[in-house]
Design a binder for this molecule. Structure first.
Ligand SMILES: *Cc1c(COP(=O)(O)O)cnc(C)c1O
Length: 368
């Protein structure tokens, strides 16, 4: 779609001021720590090109991505930033890390040996994180491996010591305290290496676990980092879709695939141009037995009618005065009135999946 033409079908608007505010808000939570930004999965679906310049302008100097190619994209936008690659050293790819000044988060002894050999052979001094597993059993050296490594006094000195919390979104979960303790123990082995433990939820926990560097991701994009309490984050994205047509449906007539939704009254249905191919998840579909997703149409919440299809979704707008909705109007599916977490709950998933499923058929506009 050319810039000179108005958007059709669907549009995603990104409020970079809100994004910057959310990043600052995370930092305020632990003023002694530096606040980084996690921008993996293309900036949680918003687009690395959209989020990294805004975060850099706000003062962010450290980024985390999952993969090398994401790191390369961030490097082009943030020439002076520290960039960590959370999936670690892909086998035989030391030179790509060095060529783009990316830092692997080394998550096993095998990776650590390969990186040490690469560093010894090339003299590369770009840094790497040592990722220690404190109870999640995903990536990271075991605590005893980190202890042995430290005791052997190997030459390897990480630029960051990190671990990841499995249950920080559930403050009362007993694993949290175990992970805090394990990390404090490992930290004491590397007292002069900057340390990092907190994702979005960890950043907002009361425990004294701020360490030197915060790693919020999802909260930056508007998701609530303290579930069950008011969301301190501003909404960042608005996903809107255009009405293709408004049609009358008689009592007893069906809407959509599988005929799962039956009209119980003379209804008006707005068909909007978005579907699961755009990341508007099919699990938000409704039927005669249960309601799930909603949309904001002319300022009112309206239920989705029937199954969400690949390219379109039906909305029951019967309760709006006739003529309020017409072809070409825009409908909000995610936004200030429909927070990401609420949309996720209604589709039986989490905000992360809503964000990272955002489609590629629509433009991403920056709010002005
Ligand atoms: C994704 C990720 C984060 C960010 O997590 P959020 O829950 O999105 O804040 C931080 N650290 C690691 C290791 C991650 O994989």
């Amino acid at each position: 779609m050319s810039d000179s033409l108005p958007p059709v079908y669907a549009r995603l608007t990104i409020d970079t001021d809100a994004l910057a505010d959310n990043w600052r808000r995370c930092g305020q939570q632990r003023p002694k720590a530096e606040c980084a930004a996690v921008v993996k999965a293309d900036g949680y679906g918003l687009g690395i090109d959209n989020v990294v310049p805004a975060l850099t302008r706000a003062g962010c100097r450290t980024f985390f991505v999952a993969q090398i190619d994401e790191g390369i994209r961030v490097r082009k936008l943030a020439p002076h930033a520290a960039i960590y690659v959370l999936s670690g050293l892909a086998p035989g790819h030391g030179d790509r890390f060095a060529a783009n000044a990316l830092r692997p988060a080394l998550g096993s002894l095998e990776e650590l040996r390969e990186w040490s050999a690469f560093v010894a052979a090339t003299g590369w001094q770009g840094g790497a994180a040592l990722h220690v597993d404190t109870g999640m059993s995903r990536l990271g050296l075991r605590v005893d491996e980190a202890q042995t490594l430290a005791a052997e006094g190997e030459l390897f000195r990480p630029s960051l010591l990190m671990s990841h919390l499995a249950c920080a979104d559930t403050p009362e979960h007993p694993l949290n305290a175990r992970q805090f303790e394990a990390f404090a123990g490992v930290r004491s082995l590397y007292p002069d290496v900057p340390a990092s433990l907190c994702n979005s939820y960890g950043t907002f926990l009361p425990a004294d676990i701020g360490y030197d560097l915060l790693r919020p991701g999802v909260a930056l994009y508007g998701s609530n980092p303290q579930p069950g309490r008011p969301n301190p984050m501003r909404p960042v994205i608005t996903l809107a879709a255009q009405v293709l047509q408004v049609r009358e449906v008689l009592p007893g007539e069906y809407v959509g695939y599988g005929a799962t939704w039956t009209s119980r009254r003379p209804a008006r249905i707005a068909m909007v141009a978005i579907g699961y191919a755009d990341g508007y998840l099919r699990s938000g579909s409704s039927s005669d037995d249960f309601d799930t997703a909603v949309a904001v149409v002319a300022g009112k919440y309206c239920l989705i009618a029937g199954r969400i299809s690949m390219d379109m979704t039906a909305i029951d707008v019967t309760d709006l005065p006739s003529g309020t909705v017409k072809r070409g109007d825009w409908v909000e599916l995610i936004g200030p009135h429909l927070p990401v977490d609420e949309v996720a709950r209604r589709a039986g998933t989490i905000g992360y999946e809503i964000l990272t499923s955002l489609g590629t058929r629509y433009d991403r506009h920056l709010a002005v």
